[in-house]
Design a binder for this molecule. Structure first.
Ligand SMILES: CC(C)(COP(=O)(O)OP(=O)(O)OC[C@H]1O[C@@H](n2cnc3c(N)ncnc32)[C@H](O)[C@@H]1OP(=O)(O)O)[C@@H](O)C(=O)NCCC(=O)NCCS
Length: 238
């Protein structure tokens, strides 16, 4: 593992020079507490980020890629896909467990009524030929209330992704995340991006590594080990 970058006010202010293959060896700036992706009872989509939403993230209404369209708009036709994401035990294995269908139906109705996908950084990942929902992506601000930060002020950009089980193994999450991060890198100043996932979630960790995120710490939260990964946003600029 290379040295760790230190950030303040969105600017890289230093580098630790620390070398370690052990994700447990950390610079003190990195707080080892909870996890967004490992957070139980929240479901994977459309987090309520409260005050964080006032901070900047990706603003595009749509982000196209070769096979996909990331769109902020949630459609009635997304209902089954949206419900499946939150009720499929395999999809939910590392992100809080499946939710009761009735609860998720109510949440979909509330989200579509309130047009909640307009909240910053939340996208439907759709197939660009059929417009069918295959997952969701989040590039939002990590609350200071949540543990796991790489800056003193917190509220760093954080990436999250969830695909329907039938869409795994085709590179869709990689393609969606790359597209979102490239546009964000064009729009926003360089800053760290976080990715937090259960250490047992090997698919998510493999994806994080393929995207270029480095694991920098592990910690226990919700009865499971979590891994905090980070990458500079500028890495995705083309
Ligand atoms: C985490 C998750 C999004 C990863 O999905 P994924 O499909 O494995 O991820 P990628 O998009 O990177 O696809 C990689 C796989 O597609 C394959 N692939 C096929 N075509 C590809 C292409 N054109 N480009 C890239 N990869 C391709 C790769 O070989 C790899 O296959 P493998 O699984 O056999 O190693 C998915 O497992 C998921 O939704 N899990 C549940 C939710 C969750 O835990 N989210 C994480 C919260 S932090």
């Amino acid at each position: 593992m290379d040295g760790l970058d230190y950030w303040r006010d969105g600017t890289r202010v230093g580098r630790s020079g620390q070398h370690s293959d052990d994700p447990g060896e950390l610079a003190p700036l990195f707080h080892q507490q909870g996890s967004e992706c490992g957070r139980p009872r929240q479901g994977p989509v459309f987090y309520d980020h409260g005050l964080m939403s006032q901070l900047r993230t990706l603003s595009a209404a749509e982000v196209p890629s070769e096979r996909l369209l990331l769109r902020k708009a949630l459609h009635d036709a997304d209902r089954e896909g949206f419900i499946e994401l939150s009720t499929d035990p395999e999809v939910q294995k590392y992100i809080g467990g499946p939710r009761p269908r009735s609860e998720v139906e109510q949440r979909f109705d509330a989200v579509i009524t309130a047009n909640a996908t307009s909240s910053p950084g939340n996208y439907v990942i759709a197939d660009n030929t059929t417009n069918r929902l295959i997952g969701t992506l989040m590039l939002a601000r990590r609350s200071t209330d949540s543990p796991g930060h790489v800056t003193e002020d917190g509220e760093e950009l954080e990436l999250g992704y969830v695909l329907r089980r039938s869409a795994w193994g085709a590179g869709f999450a990689f393609e969606a995340a790359t597209a979102a991060l490239r546009v964000a890198a064009d729009e926003l100043p360089d800053q760290p991006v976080l990715l937090v996932t259960q250490t047992a979630n090997t698919r998510s960790l493999k994806l994080a590594a393929r995207l270029g995120f480095r694991p920098i710490s592990t910690f226990e939260e919700y009865g499971a080990e979590q891994t905090l990964c980070t990458a500079p946003l500028s890495m995705f600029k083309i």
